[in-house]
Design a protein around this ligand. Structure first.
Ligand code: PPY
Length: 303
């Protein structure tokens, strides 16, 4: 029997950026399945404890999240969509806490890196890394920490009852993270795709990859991303993960038909509708990188 609310597995807890991405794709009427790791989201889908996975795959600052590419190939669940989420970061504390009471700033390493310029202005603050921005906010609420702030999103402030004491502290206002949506093969909805995520290998010969890329070019199919990953234990062998987009599906069909002749282990990870932004208005403030600072690293904050 079909559930009325989609059950969506995410790495992290409610009000994390993963949940925000899930809201962006499905709307807010979902059941969020909180998982401790990306691998656990796949296990949840496999065990039918979830209907979908929302998983970050790349970030405009950190780049590709490589282990997630291996999960895509390893589990072979189809990609059915994507979301590009602007990462807007706020500093939040228990209500009534003043800035000069703060000793610790907690967040996900990706969020911390995106706030370097702000944090460099306050070298007295100790930075504590965690696996999840929302978990940091929740811990402040649960343990009533008056000396700690979290860097997280508006959802986390709202859900865990924190006050935002400094808004939009990210250094680059055009930060985004790309998330993929996955489901099981029997749950793929019919749609007319205009984007695909592919994975293949080519022989270790002059021009082997160029040949494949030229086929896409010749058919007018745009390659929006390419990522290579070594095949474990096989020297000189790589998996190429390629995202392609097209206007007319005939172009894509023709390209795939030809590419099959020049590749091996060719896999279609998913065919889906590309994410369309609703008007870009963010402003970039590109500035030179400041020297790295020391972080206190802890594995995972308690829930
Ligand atoms: O920690 C979170 O909230 C996450 O979902 C991971 C993350 C952190 C920062 C940017 C994008 C995703």
């Amino acid at each position: 029997m079909k559930k009325d609310k989609p059950r969506v597995a995410i790495q992290g807890i409610r009000a994390s950026f993963h949940e925000q991405a899930a809201f962006e794709y499905f709307g807010e009427n979902i059941e969020t399945i909180e998982c401790d790791s990306f691998k656990q989201t796949f296990v949840a889908l496999e065990n039918k404890q979830a209907d979908y996975i929302v998983m970050a795959i790349e970030n405009s600052i950190a780049g590709s999240i490589l282990p997630n590419y291996s999960l895509l190939l390893g589990y072979n669940f189809p990609v059915v969509g994507e979301v590009y989420l602007p990462i807007q970061l706020h500093l939040m504390a228990l209500p009534g806490v003043a800035f000069d009471q703060i000793k610790y700033v907690t967040s996900h390493p990706m969020a911390i890196r995106q706030c370097n310029e702000f944090l460099d202005e306050y070298p007295q603050l100790k930075i504590v890394e965690s696996s999840d921005t929302a978990a940091c906010a929740k811990r402040i609420r649960d343990e009533q920490l008056t000396d700690t702030v979290a860097i997280a999103n508006v959802l986390a402030a709202r859900l865990y009852g924190l006050d935002i004491i400094e808004r939009r502290i990210e250094s680059n206002k055009k930060n985004y993270t790309r998330f993929l949506i996955l489901t099981t093969h029997d749950n793929v909805a019919k749609q007319t795709p205009n984007k695909a995520s592919l994975c293949f290998q080519v022989s270790n010969q002059v021009g082997a990859l160029a040949k494949v890329l030229n086929i896409f070019a010749d058919q007018g199919v745009n390659m929006s991303k390419i990522q290579s990953m070594p095949v474990l234990g096989k020297r000189h062998e790589y998996n190429f993960y390629v995202d392609v987009e097209w206007e007319d599906s005939k172009q894509y069909d023709a390209a795939v038909k030809q590419v099959l002749k020049y590749t091996h282990n060719f896999n279609i990870l998913g065919e889906y509708l590309r994410y369309e932004e609703e008007g870009e208005k963010a402003v970039t403030t590109a500035k030179a990188e400041k020297p790295a600072r020391k972080y206190i690293s802890i594995k995972k904050l308690d829930k």
